[in-house]
Write a protein that binds this ligand. Structure first.
Ligand code: HEM
Length: 161
């Protein structure tokens, strides 16, 4: 994996844009269960936010794939000097897992919606909850770095380097 000196403007922009879009899509997911049932039964889906949820989910998937390609081509900065090895490994694996979940969640959602698969719908919700929990832990870890370890980690996702 390549070693960059910092995240690029594109990587930073995509990180925060995807965070906002995931938040919006979570917000409009209310009522999706009923919309999915109507959709699989071939009935008209009266619930308009379901369209936003589906298309925004596909847009998020496209953005995550672009972000992953940029990440593989450009790399990421080394963890701050002095970070203990346990935190370093936890950080690396949580990033890998977050990427995997950001891909799995919309893929499962699209599979459920377009192929009418009940199992994919259940797994989509389960993975979404796992992603939210992990994202919460990830955000808490970033704040821990910033305010307890005082290593300015947040700056890496604020200023291109
Ligand atoms: C308030 C919420 C968040 C904060 C404060 C935050 C902060 C950060 C920071 C500071 C980094 C850089 C870490 C480093 O340099 O080692 C980072 C990386 C990352 N964040 Fe977040 N993040 C937040 C939310 C999220 C969410 C919701 C997701 C996905 C669901 C996410 C996914 C990632 C991933 C995958 C990376 C690794 C980027 C890479 O190395 O390619 N983050 N985040």
């Amino acid at each position: 994996m390549k070693q960059a000196t910092g995240y690029s403007g594109l990587q930073i922009g995509l990180h925060w844009l995807i965070l906002i879009l995931i938040g919006v899509n979570y917000f409009v997911s209310e009522g999706m269960e009923e919309a999915f049932d109507a959709h699989t039964e071939g009935a008209a889906v009266a619930f308009w936010p379901s369209s936003i949820h589906v298309y925004l989910g596909l847009a998020i998937l496209a953005l995550v794939l672009i972000r992953l390609i940029v990440r593989l081509v450009r790399g990421a900065p080394e963890v701050p000097v002095g970070t203990n090895s346990l935190l370093r490994v936890a950080g690396e694996w949580s990033h890998i897992l977050l990427y995997a979940l950001m891909i799995a969640v919309p893929v499962l959602g699209a599979t459920a919606w377009y192929l009418g698969l009940e199992l994919a719908a259940g797994t989509h919700v389960l993975m979404m909850n796992a992603m939210l929990i992990l994202a919460g832990v990830h955000a808490a870890a970033a704040l821990f770095h910033q305010f307890v370890l005082k290593d300015n980690l947040l700056d890496r996702m604020r200023r291109p380097g």
